[in-house]
Design a binder for this molecule. Structure first.
Ligand code: LLP
Length: 416
C-alpha cells in the first residue's frame, strides 16, 4: 500500500528532491497496535534502523533486536537502555557468531545474546560467566517469500540445529550462563501454513530443556509475518497467529510450573506498509518490443526486486501532483545503475517483466509502495551513489529524519 496522497508526495518531492524515502508514522502505530496481545514485541531493526523510527517504536512500548555492533549503538542512540524494562531486557543481540568487538560491547553493557551457534556460548562464558542468553534453534524446517529468506532446515546457516539442543544446554550449564529463553525464526515472508507445526516444535524443544533439569522464562516466535505486497495477497490474521502461540505458551507454562513470557520479533510487519520510495522519471525509451521508463532510484536504493524478484506496487504521479490518468502501457521500470539487473519489474531469477502502468513522462514521479522494510536499510553506495534522504510524516508534519549523504563524505573515507 501507499499511505500518502499524490499531492503530499508531490509536495515532499518538490521540497526535498528525489529519490527519497517517506514513512507514515500512523501506519507504524496501527501495525504495532495489531500485535498488542503479545507480552513483548521486539522490533527486528534490520528492517528499518533509522534512529527516529526506533524512537517512535520505543515510545509505543516496542523493545528492540540488534544484529550487529552498529545496530546495538543505534538502539542506544534512540534511547533504549541496556538493562531491564518491566522485567524484560530492552535490547537483545541476535547472531550466529560474535566478532571480538561486539562480544566486548555486549558483555560491557550486559545485553543478552540470542545465540545461533554453540561456539558463542563458550566465548560468552569465557568473557563473562553468568551472561544472559537465549538459544536460537533451527527446528529443521522453514519457509520464506524467497529461498534467500527461508531460515530453517539443513541449507540454512542460522540457529542451533534442533538435535544439538542438549549439547548447547550442556554448554550453557558448563559456562555458568543464564538461560532466558528459546527462540525460533523460521524465515521472512512466511505463509504460516504450518503454524501448528512451528508451535509444536517449540513445545518439544522446551521439553528437552526441562528433561535436562533446566528452566527458562520466555519463548520467542521470531519474526516473519508477511504483508500483502500485491492485490489479492491476504493480510495476516494476527488474532489467530497469537492464539496458536498463546496456547503453546500456556502448555509450556503449565509444564514448567510458572508463567512464561511470549515474545514476537517482527520487522517487515511493523514498517513495510508505512514507507514508499519516491523517484522521478528521467528518461523513457523503446528497446525492441519493450518500453522502458528510467527513474533516478536504483537497486542501490531499493534492492528487493533485484535480490529476490520481489514485487512492489508502483503508482505514477504527474508533474502537476495528481495521480496519473494517462492510458495504461506495458512498462519495464529501471534505474540508473550500470547493471542490466537494475530493474524494478522483475521476477525471481532476474527475468525482466512488464507492468501495466499509466504511460509515464519525464518529470512524473514513480512511487514504489511497501518499501518501509528492507528498503533504506539494505541500500548501498554502489556506483558511488550517496544514500538518499528519509522523511517521516507525523500529524501532517514532514520531518527529515536522515539527510542525503554527499559524495564528499564518501570520498573523505579515502582521504588518508
Ligand atoms: N528475527 C530474526 C532472527 C531475523 O533474522 C529476521 C529477519 C527477523 C526477526 C524479522 O523478519 P521479518 O519479520 O521482517 O520477516 N531482506 C529480506 C528479509 C530478510 C530478513 C532477515 N531476517 C527482504 O527484504 O524480504
Amino acid at each position: 500500500m501507499n499511505p500518502f496522497s499524490s499531492a503530499t508526495l508531490a509536495h515532499i518531492a518538490k521540497a526535498h528532491g528525489t529519490p527519497l524515502w517517506a514513512y507514515d508514522a500512523a501506519t507504524i502505530q496501527r501495525q504495532i497496535a495489531a500485535l498488542r496481545q503479545f507480552d513483548v514485541v521486539r522490533f527486528a531493526q534490520k528492517a528499518n534502523s533509522n534512529t527516529h523510527i526506533l524512537r517512535l517504536m520505543r515510545a509505543q512500548g516496542v523493545l528492540v533486536d540488534a544484529v550487529s555492533l552498529g545496530e546495538v549503538e543505534r538502539a542506544l542512540a534512540a534511547g533504549y537502555q541496556p538493562g531491564l524494562h518491566q522485567g524484560h531486557y530492552e535490547i537483545v543481540f541476535t547472531a550466529d557468531l560474535l566478532d571480538r568487538a561486539t562480544l566486548a560491547r555486549v558483555v560491557e553493557l550486559g545485553i543478552p545474546v540470542n545465540c545461533g551457534s554453540a561456539d558463542m556460548l563458550d566465548q560468552l562464558g569465557a568473557a563473562h560467566p553468568g551472561h544472559p542468553v537465549w538459544l536460537r534453534i533451527n527446528p529443521g524446517f522453514g519457509h520464506g517469500h524467497s529461498n534467500k529468506t527461508n531460515t530453517g532446515g539443513e541449507h540454512s546457516k542460522h540457529g542451533i540445529w534442533h538435535a544439538e539442543l542438549p549439547q548447547a544446554l550442556a554448554k550453557v550449564r558448563a559456562n555458568g550462563l543464564q538461560l532466558l529463553g528459546l527462540h525460533m525464526h523460521i524465515g521472512s515472508g512466511v505463509d504460516y501454513a504450518h503454524l501448528q507445526e512451528v508451535c509444536g516444535a517449540m513445545e518439544a524443544l522446551v521439553a528437552t530443556v526441562k528433561a535436562q533439569g533446566m528452566d527458562l522464562s520466555a519463548i520467542s516466535a521470531g519474526g516473519g509475518l508477511s504483508i500483502p505486497y500485491q492485490a489479492g495477497e491476504p493480510q495476516i490474521d494476527t488474532v489467530h497467529y497469537f492464539s496458536c502461540w498463546d496456547a503453546a505458551r500456556q502448555r509450556i507454562a503449565a509444564s514448567l510450573g510458572h508463567p512464561v513470557t511470549l515474545e514476537l520479533e517482527p520487522g517487515r510487519y511493523l514498517v513495510a506498509e508505512s514507507g514508499v520510495l519516491v523517484s522521478e522519471v528521467r528518461a523513457s525509451k523503446d528497446v525492441g518490443s519493450n518500453h522502458f521508463v528510467l527513474v533516478d532510484a536504483g537497486f542501490s536504493d531499493l534492492m528487493r526486486p533485484s535480490m529476490y524478484g520481489a514485487f512492489h506496487g508502483i503508482s505514477v504521479i504527474t508533474a502537476a501532483g495528481e495521480a496519473s490518468t494517462a492510458p495504461v502501457k506495458d512498462t519495464v521500470v529501471a534505474g540508473p545503475l550500470c547493471e542490466s539487473g537494475d530493474v524494478f519489474t522483475q521476477g525471481e531469477g532476474g527475468v525482466v517483466q512488464t507492468r501495466a502502468l499509466p504511460a509515464a513522462q519525464v518529470g512524473d514521479l514513480l512511487v514504489f509502495h511497501d518499501a518501509g522494510a528492507y528498503g533504506a536499510s539494505m541500500s548501498s553506495n554502489y556506483n558511488t551513489r550517496p544514500l538518499i534522504a528519509e522523511v517521516l510524516v507525523e500529524d501532517s508534519q514532514v520531518r527529515v529524519i536522515r539527510r542525503k549523504q554527499t559524495v564528499a563524505e564518501l570520498l573523505a573515507l579515502e582521504a588518508l
